[in-house]
Ligand binder design. Sequence first.
Ligand code: CA
Length: 226
Amino acid sequence: MRILVVEDDPDLSRQLSEALKDTGYAVDVADNGEDGHFMGDTEPYDAVILDLGLPVIDGISVLQKWRADGKTFPVLILTARDQWSEKVSGFDAGADDYLTKPFHHEELLARLRALMRRAAGHTTDSIEIGGLMVDNRAARCFVDGMPIKLTSHEFRLLSYMATHKGRVISRTELVEHIYDQDFDRDSNTIEVFVGRLRRKIGTDRIETVRGLGYRLIDPDNAAAKK
Ligand code: CA
């Protein structure tokens, strides 16, 4: 999962970015409304954390522009003061949730997970598919109850596929959702990650759909259909 943080307070931005990376997300940051708007406009984020008091373009205007352009990613707004009118303007502009500063990082992470699972149509942080369990809260994975050790990139890849299980996902889409913008992106490395994941979770759990991409499947159900 890939998150955009638009926040002009350098300390808060750095803390948020570190907390999100530690949790296993790819993170991009912007420190003003103009850059933040551009990034949200051009990259397919899984969720956005948006401060309302921003230089150049304010947060409410950024959000209004995204929604007017049809951007549907979940947006959590950060409000500096406990002002009800700011929250109302935020929701009217298309925000999905809010937090008032200061806040605990744990609460932000929990709200973010809730937003992303709702957006993907799941009700819990754990996604199960044919004995494979992906726990997005703890960033862990189990096969038939046994914990599997994954690198952060492997987990991001698996988490994205599990969130969209049963759907064919192209290499480009995977690249866009597991790397931040500073990473040297190469869709060939996706094949390498998929190969490593298959060795760890079982080769028949990730189906290659020729010319289209990959699909996370329940190997028993797939066998039954053939
Ligand atoms: Ca601010």
